[in-house]
Write a protein that binds this ligand. Structure first.
Ligand code: MLC
Ligand code: AMP
Length: 502
């Protein structure tokens, strides 16, 4: 038995001197050098006790070393568990407690806050900095550059990615070797990726989009990536002329359009722009095409499923839609009440079935069962409609979720924190239009002796990641409720719709 994912993802190129990564300082790294480093790290993981199926958690800054750690974990038979580096120590503690990883790899700057937590959960701690220094790379330096991949089969876990939930508790989505492979293969074909591609990569590598969609697809095709540490407009403008393709969240596209240097001339060599993770406004699509002549290809996915639908590479890329189901994947839209079929163009609940769909939530069999129908479709929580020719349009969400700059934020998690603050009677957290992030987080509070906003900000500062923290607070005497007593968030969303428009 081979290592299912490694064998398909990169093994054919592990001896290749073709460029895999073009780094920020313009140095390049071949597939061979990259794989050799991953092999050294894999030796280190095994020496540290990682056994097949063990979780390897990483909260590190984006770098090629972080990517090598991903591959090393897969090759060593482990389960990669990447964590957003904006998460606070408190949030990381929950993931360690829930996932029980063998190791945590963190930035050297976080040792003081994470060290004691790893000790109490008996997790070994290594460090890895963005520059590639730290205890993990030092320990790997002396290891051999060859490593025989640990056997893993198609249904074995390759990764666990945590996604927040409507109850405020995060759930670990278990993705198998086959889940990741099948989706990457489908996307490589659908989007015509080849070894001539140079993908401009400015996404984080702790989420599906930057880690699997961008990286796995490039690896399978044997292409290269211009690997930037983050989205930074000057660097993007400088590197776009050198790329053949780019993937981004809608904020990438609106930020590019806001810059006068971003012209059709600058991107004339690009063959493909892909957008996803959050809705791309139809007007952004149109403005982009007007400015550059390029029609952005919008696709739709989730952590639990990787990519489900995509506008076509050749054919009609329709603004405001996310295209038809990808090959081998079934999408249906059913009635939100009865769950049965509904006519084309009517809004209902979006469900998906296919080899891309995850194995379930880590240690949550009941939650997993709730999210699947009897005939095996995953209930996405998104609302949409299918056209007669099977293009899906996402029109909203059946789940109380905010997507800000491509990051998911569940209001419940923030409301629980706010409600616990002395003087707060009740809170409602909503997302309203934000010119940069698509949606911005706003909190509405009630209470007779509410503390100051500064006090509230200070109280939650170390509890949740910065991107989840409300950017604005408002006070009301009471929250609007319907006849059942349920808070009417739609009324609040309307009331505060303009609060980020300057
Ligand atoms: C940063 N901030 C955010 C934020 N990102 N606030 C809300 N939402 C976000 N997404 C905060 C910072 O903490 C900072 O706070 C302030 O906003 C300004 O930061 P910035 O420097 O301007 O932000 P920047 O570093 O440029 O990041 C913005 C971004 C980034 C959009 C480039 O968030 C990003 O890379 N997003 C991509 C997310 C992604 O990959 N999603 C894929 C999920 S997978 P302050 O107060 O300190 O100034 C998935 C499945 C699928 O969804 O279909 O793909
Ligand atoms: P995540 O849980 O971070 O994987 O986010 C998945 C959610 O992002 C989906 O359920 C959708 O609500 C949303 N999403 C992803 N891509 C798109 C898109 N192209 N248009 C609208 N929403 C999207």
């Amino acid at each position: 038995m081979h290592n299912y994912l490694y064998q398909r993802l990169v093994a054919p190129r592990e001896q290749s001197d073709t460029t895999f990564l073009i780094l920020e300082d313009n140095t390049t790294l071949s597939y061979r050098k990259f794989c050799e480093r991953a092999n050294q790290i894999a030796h280190r993981l095994i020496a540290s006790g990682v056994e097949p199926g063990d979780r390897v958690a990483a909260q590190v800054n984006k770098s090629w070393h972080a990517l090598a750690l991903y591959l090393a974990t897969i090759k060593a038979g482990g389960v990669f568990l990447p964590l957003n580096n904006a998460y606070t120590a408190k949030e990381v503690e929950y993931f360690l407690q829930n996932a029980e990883p063998r190791l945590l790899i963190c930035d050297p700057a976080d040792i003081a806050s994470l060290g004691p937590i790893t000790q109490s959960y008996n997790v070994k701690l290594f460090t890895l900095s963005q520059a590639g220094t730290g205890s993990l790379p030092s320990a790997a330096d002396d290891c051999p550059i060859e490593f025989e991949a640990v056997a893993r089969d198609k249904d074995d876990l390759a990764a666990i990615l945590y996604t927040s939930g409507t109850t405020g508790r995060s759930k670990g989505a278990m993705l198998t070797h086959h889940n990741l492979w099948t989706n990457a293969e489908v996307l490589t074909k659908a989007w015509h990726f080849t070894d001539r591609d140079i993908l401009l990569h400015a996404l984080p590598v702790f989420h599906t989009h930057g880690l699997f969609v961008a990286t796995n697809t490039s690896m399978i095709a044997g292409g290269s990536m211009i690997f930037l540490p983050a989205f930074q407009i000057d660097a993007m403008i400088e590197r776009l002329p050198l790329a053949t393709s780019m993937m981004g969240v809608p904020t990438f596209y609106t930020r590019l359009l806001d810059d006068k240097r971003f012209t059709g001339e600058l991107v004339k060599h690009i063959r493909l722009f892909v957008s996803g993770s959050a809705p791309l406004l139809a007007e952004t699509h149109v403005e982009f095409e007007h400015r550059t002549g390029h029609c952005i290809l919008e696709r739709y996915g989730m952590t639990e499923t990787s990519m489900n639908t995509s506008n076509p590479y050749q054919g009609d890329r329709r603004a405001g839609t996310v295209g038809p189901a990808l090959p081998g994947i079934e999408i249906r839209v059913v009635s939100t009440e009865a769950g049965g079929p509904i006519p084309a163009n009517e809004v209902g609940a979006v469900q998906v079935r296919g080899p891309n769909v995850f194995k379930g939530y880590w240690k949550m069999p009941e939650k997993t069962a709730e999210e699947f129908t009897d005939d095996g479709f995953f209930i996405t929580g998104d609302l949409g409609k299918l056209s007669e020719d099977h293009y899906l349009t996402i029109v909203g969400r059946d789940k109380d979720l905010i997507i800000s700059g491509g990051y998911n934020i569940y209001p419940k998690e923030i409301e629980l924190l706010l409600d616990a603050i002395d003087g707060v009677r009740e809170s409602a957290v909503i997302g309203v239009p934000h010119p940069d992030f698509g949606e911005g987080v706003v909190a509405i509070l009630t209470g007779n002796s509410l503390p100051s906003n500064d006090h509230i900000r200070a109280t939650i500062k170390n509890e949740i990641a910065k991107f989840k923290q409300p950017k604005k607070y408002f006070h009301l005497d009471q929250l609007p409720r319907n006849s059942m007593g349920k808070i009417q968030k739609n009324v609040l969303r309307q009331q505060y719709a303009d609060c980020f428009q300057s």
